[in-house]
Ligand binder design. Sequence first.
Ligand SMILES: O=C(O)CCC(=O)CC(=O)O
Length: 262
Amino acid sequence: MKMLDTGDVRLHYRVDGPDDGPPVVFSNSLGTDLRLWDPILPMLPKGLRLIRYDKRGHGLSSCPPAPYSMGALITDAERLMDHLGVRDCVFVGLSIGGMTAQGLAAKRLDLIRAMVLSNTAAKIGTPAMWNVRIAAVQEGGIEKLADAVMERWFSAGFRATPELELWRNMLVRGEDAGYAGCSAAISGTDLMAPTSGLRLPVLGIAGAEDGSTPPDMVRETVDLIPGSKFHLIRKAGHLPCVEQPEEYARVLTEFLKGVGHV
Ligand SMILES: O=C(O)CCC(=O)CC(=O)O
């Protein structure tokens, strides 16, 4: 078990692969922990340094009182990468993790060679929508939202499988304050201007049945960055790395090859 104490949060992280391998950093979505990437990591080429972490209020990381800002989430990722001596990584961010990627690239381009913006956007939802969600969590806990979240996370086909229970458990066993805190961070974030100024290789990934960040929303954001690639995964919702891990790992591997990381 590895932990970084930044002073205002303790971040749980995990590194797989050789210390001198090309680094790939993974940042996961709202209500998930670093196990989100378990389905795809064994399918990636050997020799990469695979770094993942639980953002504040999630997984085994500490849970400071809500609300959080996007700036704090970006600084957490920055501190972890500085702590691990990571430069020139490929940063793979899913949803709120993809917002962190965009903000970090705008702040510290020395850390990021290329990024994957998976099921994310420069702006997700509206403050009014997030306020309703935050109020629901404060009143009834994450459980109150869980069935609706499953409909956005997964396609109907996947929701009919027994594996659904595992991911639902991950969501509802999370900290209410962590969920509400990160929801507030998303609510206050509009990265359209900084993301438009980014110049680096980008791969956008969307799920055809994503009820949170539909394909058009992902595409609109990746199109802000000239030369970006885009890949649509069919039969997948908001978490295609879970539903279609082979395809996800294949397009990620092709992208890693394209930017000279493999
Ligand atoms: O997944 C995220 O990080 C934010 C988008 C979202 O709210 C997903 C969901 O619908 O639960």
